[in-house]
Design a binder for this molecule. Structure first.
Ligand SMILES: Cc1cc2nc3c(=O)[nH]c(=O)nc-3n(C[C@H](O)[C@H](O)[C@H](O)COP(=O)(O)OP(=O)(O)OC[C@H]3O[C@@H](n4cnc5c(N)ncnc54)[C@H](O)[C@@H]3O)c2cc1C
Length: 368
């Protein structure tokens, strides 16, 4: 089969689906190709909730999260689907980081409170705190599977042709366009967007030189609450970093940030007993509102660059949106819009996510 399109997208996880939705809304002809089935669990965008928050130590991400909140609400309206649960968030840990987050939230005009550990335990008796706490009510979760499906519904409703179980075999960059070969045939397009997550470096080998893409298999565990508390999301800004968030079925999902083993994305590891024990003993010591034995576990890939910042850029007719790591989901509406702009040929002045190391954004690390 041979098809022509304005844009061909390789990888219809979160980023590719967001870009497909935005381009299709603009009336572009779009073909999206994914190696696995719709809603598969082999990449980074599957499962229940992801944390959405503007509480970053890096102002650029706080502002981008603020824009993304609008994008999520627009997507909810457009698809008549509830995706966000604004349950609030707790950050606890190093006082310096909490102060930086507070400054950025003030810049964003978002209310928040800093409190000492004793006051925080009075407010949130289902936690124990060793460090000060920053509470931020305008944070919460977005449903991951629901969000990706919603982007795909918008894309299809506006004419996009999304094909699953259809791995791309070759990208051929030619004068004035690209030719992409997948198992179902060939797509000729004006530009290609590569949003292939943990597989992006293989696909772009010989086409674009990316920094080293670090792929880790991260583990998350599910804990049963002892009672129906109003659970917020939480992040410990200590070493190691842990996070948790409520899920619609009532279980709390919790995991360590960035401790998973490096893997080949095609060769996954089973949930590790050691990681379960570490998270479980942390929960036992710090979250008395949860039963400390996990009732379920899953794994998910982080695909990150060493500086933990994304690459969202265009070189010739190749647009890339990769390296979203362990914190990219919340920004998907904005990432989709930026990828669509780049595919449309718009330049991004001062692009913080440039592939060019010299002009890349440099900010504090440790994002979640
Ligand atoms: C455990 C975990 C917790 C997280 N928590 C949060 C959080 O709380 N908040 C937050 O904001 N973010 C969070 N994230 C990060 C976020 O989920 C990811 O950054 C985001 O989902 C990455 O999306 P993606 O589209 O880049 O990758 P993916 O969803 O993996 O999409 C890439 C797609 O490319 C396809 N592909 C690969 N090779 C080919 C090929 N040859 N041909 C065709 N298709 C191909 C794959 O099949 C896949 O569908 C978390 C991630 C994990 C793993």
């Amino acid at each position: 089969m041979s098809t022509t399109a304005d844009v061909v997208i390789i990888g219809c996880g979160g980023a590719g689906s967001a870009a497909a939705a935005e381009l299709a809304r603009r009336g572009r002809t779009v073909v999206g190709l994914d190696a696995f089935g719709r809603g598969h669990d082999r990449g980074s965008s599957h499962g229940t909730e992801r944390i959405v928050r503007a509480a970053y130590t890096d102002e650029m991400y706080s502002l981008m999260a603020l824009d993304s909140f609008d994008g999520w609400r627009d997507l909810e309206r457009e698809t008549d689907t509830r995706l966000l649960s604004m349950v609030g968030s707790i950050d606890t840990g190093f006082a310096r980081e909490l102060a930086d987050i507070s400054t950025n939230l003030t810049t964003c005009g978002l209310p928040h409170e800093l409190m000492d550990a004793a006051e925080a335990e009075r407010r949130f008796p289902f936690f124990r705190f060793e460090h000060p706490v920053l509470w931020q009510p305008n944070s919460g979760t977005v449903h991951a599977d629901g969000a990706v499906a919603a982007f795909q519904r918008v894309a299809r409703a506006n004419g996009a042709d999304l094909r699953f179980d259809d791995p791309v075999i070759a990208i051929d960059v030619r004068a004035g366009g690209v030719r992409v070969t997948s198992t179902s045939g060939v797509v000729e397009a004006g530009s290609v967007i590569v949003t292939a997550g943990a597989w992006a470096d293989r696909l772009l080998d010989g086409i674009l030189a990316l920094p080293e893409l670090i792929v880790t298999d991260e583990q998350v565990f599910f804990f049963r609450p002892r009672a129906e508390y109003p659970w917020p999301t939480f992040i410990t800004r200590t070493v190691p970093e842990l996070y948790g968030l409520p899920t619609p079925g009532g279980l709390m999902k919790a995991g360590e940030h960035y401790t998973g083993p490096r893997v080949d994305p095609d060769v996954r590891t089973a949930p590790s007993v050691e990681a379960a024990e570490r998270v479980s003993s942390w929960i036992a010591a710090n979250v008395p509102g949860l039963e400390p034995t996990p009732v379920d576990a899953t794994t998910c890939l982080y695909a990150s660059f060493p500086d933990e910042d994304f690459i969202i850029d265009r070189v010739g007719d190749v647009v890339v949106g990769v390296g979203l790591g362990g914190h990219g989901f919340k920004f998907l509406p904005e990432i989709g819009r930026r990828l669509a702009d780049l595919a449309d040929g718009e330049s991004w002045r001062g692009n913080p996510f440039s592939i060019d190391r010299e002009s890349r954004h440099v900010g504090p690390s440790g994002h979640k």
